[in-house]
Design a protein around this ligand. Structure first.
Ligand SMILES: Cc1cc2nc3c(=O)[nH]c(=O)nc-3n(C[C@H](O)[C@H](O)[C@H](O)COP(=O)(O)O)c2cc1C
Length: 366
């Protein structure tokens, strides 16, 4: 069984739901570690006040007994605490009684850069909310919870994954980033940025050149580009390689008693869609967030008249949050590739297959 995550949930609905299938049995999960990642996703300078309302809590409804996986689908739920303000507006069934709370009025002012206009046209909605609720990055909360679970699986074979924000609005370093965010907030504007995820201890041989679908580089690009606001992905030196000569671009192969190694890692740990035993390095570019407090020009869907786009509580920048989400996405994909390679219904079988493989090849983790 391959590792797969399915998710459901709207931004202001009752909860976000994730079902993770294909986990081996006997994997010990640490609730605090999952909570810590959920908290990290909510931190970061430039987030909206919603992050204080939410304090995400994960509930596990199936697939876990006394902290160990059962080898059955793992059901994760992250309730939306803010739903209490939207019980009428986001009621699953036709709401009863007088309209109260948020979400009573239809949103008809599509924001440039968001799902709003394309979403209502595609699905035939007359309320933009029907599109934006799912398009919103709120559902990355349950992805982060699932990512924390897959980090536990990777930990069993000594793989660690960590994401960080490299730049926000072109600024680097904590002080520069804060300054850039304060300036954008002052001008009622938003920012994007750059995140980096590094995975250490990944053995050679995850992914394959055999088909496009199996290529690890393609899979990392897919999972990151499948994340809200990510508009570019590069592996290793990525776009910079386009301007180099071959002699400057590739990582020469050296051999010592510990096995094969490289002195450089411009390939970012992946050659021909296969991990090569070096650190995996992947970067994602995030566009500036589309909800502006100084709205851009739009048109009212109800009247067709020129109008300003929707203004709704929103982050100024969410690059640090994206770093945590990207870390989870990369962990999920690496765990999926590792599960494909090593299999195992019980976590011990998975680890034993890894150990036998690493024994066979001239490679040792650094
Ligand atoms: C962690 C995270 C938080 C985000 N927060 C906001 C936000 O507060 N306001 C906003 O307009 N967009 C936010 N976005 C971006 C939108 O969800 C995204 O731009 C939108 O869904 C359109 O999709 P696209 O940018 O991939 O085209 C966030 C994205 C991420 C990854």
């Amino acid at each position: 069984m391959t590792l797969e995550l399915s998710t459901a949930g709207e931004s202001h609905g009752p909860a976000l739901v994730g079902i993770l299938t294909g986990l081996p049995a006997g994997l010990r999960l640490d609730r605090d570690a999952i909570q810590a990642d959920l908290a990290r996703r909510q931190e970061g300078y430039g987030r909206s006040p919603r992050q204080q309302i939410e304090t995400d809590q994960v509930e596990v409804l199936a697939g876990l007994r006394h902290g160990r996986t059962l080898g059955t689908p793992l059901a994760l739920v992250v309730p939306n605490r803010d739903h209490k303000n939207w019980t009428w507006g986001m009621s699953s069934w036709a709401p009863e009684g007088e309209a109260t709370g948020k979400g009573k009025e239809a949103v008809t002012l599509p924001r440039p850069g968001h799902a709003d206009l394309a979403g209502v046209m595609k699905y035939g909605h007359d309320d933009v909310r029907n599109a934006l609720e799912r398009a919103s990055a709120r559902h990355t909360a349950v992805i982060v919870a699932a990512g924390a679970v897959t980090k536990a699986l990777l930990h069993e074979i000594g793989v660690t994954v960590s994401g960080s924000a490299v730049a926000v609005g072109g600024a680097e370093g904590d002080d520069g980033i804060r300054e850039a965010i304060d300036a954008a907030r002052g001008e009622r504007d938003t920012l994007g940025g750059l995140v980096e995820v590094r995975a250490q201890g990944v053995p050679p041989g995850l992914g394959s050149y055999a088909t496009k679908e199996e290529r690890l580089d393609a899979r990392l690009a897919w999972t990151l580009l499948g994340t809200q606001a990510v508009k570019g992905v590069e592996i290793g030196e990525g776009f910079a390689l386009a301007g180099l000569r071959g002699s400057e671009a590739h990582d020469e192969i050296l051999r010592d008693e510990a096995g094969y190694r490289r002195e450089t890692n411009r390939a970012g740990g992946i050659e021909a869609g296969v991990s090569n035993g070096e650190e995996i390095v992947v970067r994602a570019a995030m566009k500036p967030l589309p909800t502006l407090m100084r709205p851009l020009r739009s048109a009212d869907l109800a009247t067709g008249e020129p109008a300003e786009a929707l203004v709704e509580r929103s982050d100024v920048a969410a690059v640090e949050a994206l770093a945590v989400v990207a870390e989870a996405c990369v962990a999920l994909e690496l765990a999926r590739a590792a599960k494909e390679k090593f299999g195992g219904d019980a976590v011990g079988d998975f680890v034993a297959a890894y150990s036998a493989y690493v024994e066979r090849i001239p490679w040792s983790p650094r």
